[in-house]
Design a protein around this ligand. Structure first.
Ligand code: B12
Length: 286
């Protein structure tokens, strides 16, 4: 977690340091105070303030705070111009420019664009383009790995800035990808969006055999299980695991949600019995 000083927050918000001090003294802008009396901020403090003072978010400039002088990028972020951001984000991902990727995601979040929208409208289209480039032999496996890893790090950096306040009495949601599926980016994004809604998440991550879940389910008693299906190599195995999961779910009275491009590879009865998540936004409706 990165802590910001009053001076950095002043640059970020486009105001004087004295204004930052006044806002914190008035209790409008949350902050931590060091034993020496210095104010320290995390991005979610600023986001909380901005969500109550929407007009002030217009002046916010995360990119410049990071020393990136890129007027076009600033403009696209300000306007949430996803169509224009897609090729730029793709280019930065392929060039492993993690600083620009991170500040683009955090910049959009600070401008109050919903996290699910940032993922559905920017990150997912870029990941698909990277996959297409790899499939068309336009980039090597190494380049594809580097680009998707750089995006993964930026998504994790945004996750660190998000504020989490779990709702009282809210049960867990357990997330996983089935055996053999190594794609975990959708799970990371789904976790963040659920947590923003006050739902605590247990993310088992990629390549999780369903038969290994039993003790965990008994221990945490989740309300819901979400399965990410991106790549299914062995359809028989995937359907066997889904059968097993539905059996466990009916015993424990737990709902199942499934999402990802691999949902078409599992049997129709599973698709019928589960809640289908066709976008990251759908996670906000469960
Ligand atoms: C990054 C990546 C990898 C990385 C994964 C890194 C990681 N830690 O996640 C690595 C390098 C490991 C990898 C490996 C492989 N990959 Co890959 N990979 C991708 C890539 C570029 C992005 C995947 C991703 O995160 N997509 C984002 C998801 C979320 O987008 P989506 O599924 O389209 O969108 C859905 C979600 O929004 C969903 N949704 C809504 N709510 C929710 C909630 C949840 C929880 C979920 C899951 C989804 C969801 O609804 C949308 C529509 O379905 C894709 C390209 C692509 N088109 O996606 C290829 C892709 C998935 N990979 C592919 C392949 C072939 C492979 C490999 C076999 C390559 C190889 N020869 O080794 C291996 C298989 C590994 C394995 N056993 O799983 C193919 C799959 C083709 C197919 N028909 O199944 C793709 C499509 C590339 C391509 N164009 O061919 N890959």
């Amino acid at each position: 977690m990165k802590y910001l000083t009053s001076k950095e927050v002043a640059i970020l918000m486009g105001v004087n340091v004295s204004t930052i001090k006044r806002w914190t003294d008035d209790g409008k802008l949350p902050c931590y105070q060091t034993p020496g009396g210095h104010r320290k901020f995390i991005l979610s403090h600023i986001n909380e303030f901005l969500s109550k003072n929407k007009k002030k978010s217009r002046k916010v400039n995360v990119i410049e705070l990071e020393g990136i002088k890129d007027r076009k990028l600033i403009q696209y972020i300000d306007h949430g111009a996803y169509q224009k951001l897609i090729p730029v984000f793709l280019d930065h991902a392929i060039n492993a420019d993690s600083n620009r990727l991170k500040t683009t995601l955090i910049g959009l979040y600070m401008k109050q664009y919903p996290v699910y929208e940032i993922y559905d409208s920017l990150v997912l289209p870029v990941l698909r383009l990277i996959g297409d480039k790899w499939a068309d032999d336009k980039i090597s496996i190494a380049e594809e790995h580097l680009a998707s890893n750089t995006i993964r790090n930026a998504v994790n950096a945004l996750g660190e800035s998000l504020q989490r306040q779990y709702l009282k009495g809210q049960g867990y949601t357990l997330c996983l990808a089935l055996s053999g599926d190594q794609h975990d980016l959708p799970l990371i994004m789904a976790k963040q969006v659920l947590e923003l809604q006050g739902i605590p998440v247990l993310n088992c991550g990629r390549d999780t055999p369903v038969e290994s879940l039993k003790t965990l389910l008994k221990k945490f008693k989740p309300d819901r299980i979400i399965v990410s299906l991106t790549y299914i190599e062995d359809r028989k195995l995937a359907n066997r695991e889904m059968n097993e999961l539905f059996k466990i779910a009916s015993e424990l009275k737990v709902k199942i949600g499934i999402g990802g491009q691999g949902i078409h590879h599992i049997s129709g009865k599973h698709r019928k019995n589960a809640q289908l998540l066709k976008s990251i936004r759908d996670i906000t409706q469960i």
